[in-house]
Design a protein around this ligand. Structure first.
Ligand code: 4AD
Ligand code: MG
Length: 481
């Protein structure tokens, strides 16, 4: 019996006459009682392999069990296809049913299902064209991230997932504990005695690998992390997950400008990588996004298609401006004057909402925007203070359809200034003593940023909801599968 080959390999390399075995799942079966045409997919590519089986091969029993969703193994010979849409098909010699899928129960029928419905069957949705394409592109992007940094001489650093410090200071950590929630040990004043907990103090799931990333950069110069990140923020939006993946490069001797340059180069590289390496899936996703847009009102449609948007990002410099300049633009903007923003822009110092970010990107500049020098009061404690006291060297990159895709900064490397800020914000120093020590021993100017991997995935796939670019999304009220 011939060895199993993947459909991707066969469609790209195989020759007429070759004998092979193929295993995969039935997408559709049509035909009559003399001959059946089975579209088979094994996930290696978006394309199906057409299997042709006459009734000598498929007795009645097999014929009955080969239904949409069933898993089959086919031995046969590749022949030139008579039908259109493919050049090769597999003339079956024998078919074995590895796993049946009762048509009365199998939820994935060969028709269009809504994305909302598919989320409810996330255990099966990888078998659809859309999710197959998304997951293959996701893999390509993971690979591209590592390639980009490896080629640049960065070292990948694994930072801890369980940690005692809330890096972003936003109080959004999931607790990690082995204490009995019904009967925890108590301190003298009645609180929970976390010194009796597994690690001897309070711990949670990390919201960012940055702080440990900095420790790596202050030894290896250029590192990046790529790990899971957890945030217990109750934001049920199309851009927030409770569990997401983040890429966090951290570079010694980089200032804020170097940081912005690297982030822009990185995003362009990823856009180029997907265009060059994911042709078939991207073509499918591009068409899919265009079809979806047809259901939108004219003014809600994007001016560019997915592929055009990717090319646009590659070809155009990102607009760089300060937070202060952005506030000026927003304050004088039409939606602000006509009170069409939900949050009106009035005073300097407020945090920008995604409606403001998207106005700047989609309406005003019509290209990706990097905002920098934010008010220190709306940013994390570790960002470097500017000469004037009120702003820090932060930068956010804003993308069309998404808003913030990257957040980063130059870090405060001066011990006294950092210590004063930690005290001012009443951050418990015992959770950060090791971080402060790097500023005592051989401190150096350094910078870094975080790219939300699923926000990137929204951008490169044209999917609209972050729940549809991760295999098994975690959101408030939802941790199934
Ligand atoms: O802006 P954030 O909170 O920055 C940090 O965590 C820094 N420590 C990064 C650094 O400087 N090393 O998050 C970084 C990015 C955001 O720009 C966004 O793309 C993504 O992470 N992100 C989320 N993605 C999905 N769901 C969420 N709840 C997210 N929160 C942030
Ligand atoms: Mg941010």
């Amino acid at each position: 019996m011939a060895k199993r080959a993947r459909i991707k390999y066969l469609l790209a390399n195989a020759k007429v006459g070759m004998e092979t075995n193929v295993k995969g799942w039935v997408r559709t079966k049509r035909g009559n009682k003399n001959v059946a045409f089975i579209a088979m997919n094994d996930g290696s590519t978006i394309n199906n392999l057409q299997v042709v089986a006459d009734n000598a091969v498929m007795d009645e029993e097999v014929m009955r069990l080969v239904t949409t969703g069933a898993c089959i193994s086919v031995n046969g010979q590749l022949v030139e296809s008579q039908g259109k849409g493919q050049s090769l098909e597999l003339q079956a010699v024998d078919i074995e049913v590895l796993g049946v899928a009762n048509p009365e129960e199998y939820p994935l029928q060969p028709k269009k299902h809504s994305l909302e419905f598919l989320r409810e069957i996330a255990h099966l949705r990888p078998r659809t064209n859309t999710f197959g394409a998304v997951l293959r592109v996701r893999h390509a992007m993971i690979f591209a991230v590592h390639k980009f940094f490896n080629d640049k001489g960065f070292y990948n650093l694994h930072t801890p997932i369980i940690t005692g410090s809330d890096a972003e200071g936003a109080g959004e950590m999931f607790r990690v504990s082995t204490l009995d929630p019904l009967n925890p040990p108590k301190t003298k004043d009645g609180g929970v005695d976390f010194s009796k907990d597994f690690f001897g103090h309070e711990t949670g799931l990390t919201v960012s690998g940055q702080l440990e990333g900095e420790l790596g950069a202050l030894a290896l110069s250029d590192i990046y992390t790529f790990g899971p990140t957890f945030r217990a923020e109750n934001s049920n939006t199309s851009r927030h997950l409770a569990e997401f993946w983040m890429i966090e490069p951290e570079m010694a001797f980089y200032d804020l400008n170097d940081n912005m340059d690297l982030a822009e180069e990185f995003l362009k590289y990823l856009a180029k990588y997907v265009l060059e390496n994911c042709n078939e899936d991207l073509e499918f996703l591009n068409k899919r996004a265009l079809d979806e847009e047809k259901n939108l009102k004219q003014e809600e449609r994007s001016e560019l298609s997915l592929v055009e948007r990717l090319q646009f990002v590659i070809d155009n410099d990102f607009e760089r401006l300060t937070y202060t300049d952005a506030i000026r633009i927003l304050r004088n903007s039409k939606p602000n004057k006509k009170k069409r923003f939900k949050f009106l822009i009035d005073d300097w110092g407020i945090d920008l909402q995604s409606e403001h970010e998207r106005f700047l990107v989609e309406k005003h500049f019509k290209k990706p925007v990097i905002l920098y020098n934010y008010p220190k009061n709306i940013k994390a404690f570790y960002m470097r203070q500017n000469e004037e006291d009120s702003t820090v060297r932060a930068m956010d990159i804003l993308f069309p359809g998404i808003g913030e895709i990257v957040g980063g900064s130059q870090r405060e490397e001066r011990y006294d200034v950092l210590k004063a800020r930690i005290d001012e914000l009443e951050i418990p120093e015992e959770s950060l003593w090791w971080y402060l020590e790097t500023r005592k021993f051989g401190t150096a100017p350094h910078s870094g940023f975080g790219l939300g991997f699923e926000r990137l995935m929204i951008f490169v796939t044209g999917m609209k909801n972050i729940r549809d670019v991760i295999p098994f999304p975690r959101t408030p009220g939802n941790a199934e599968f």
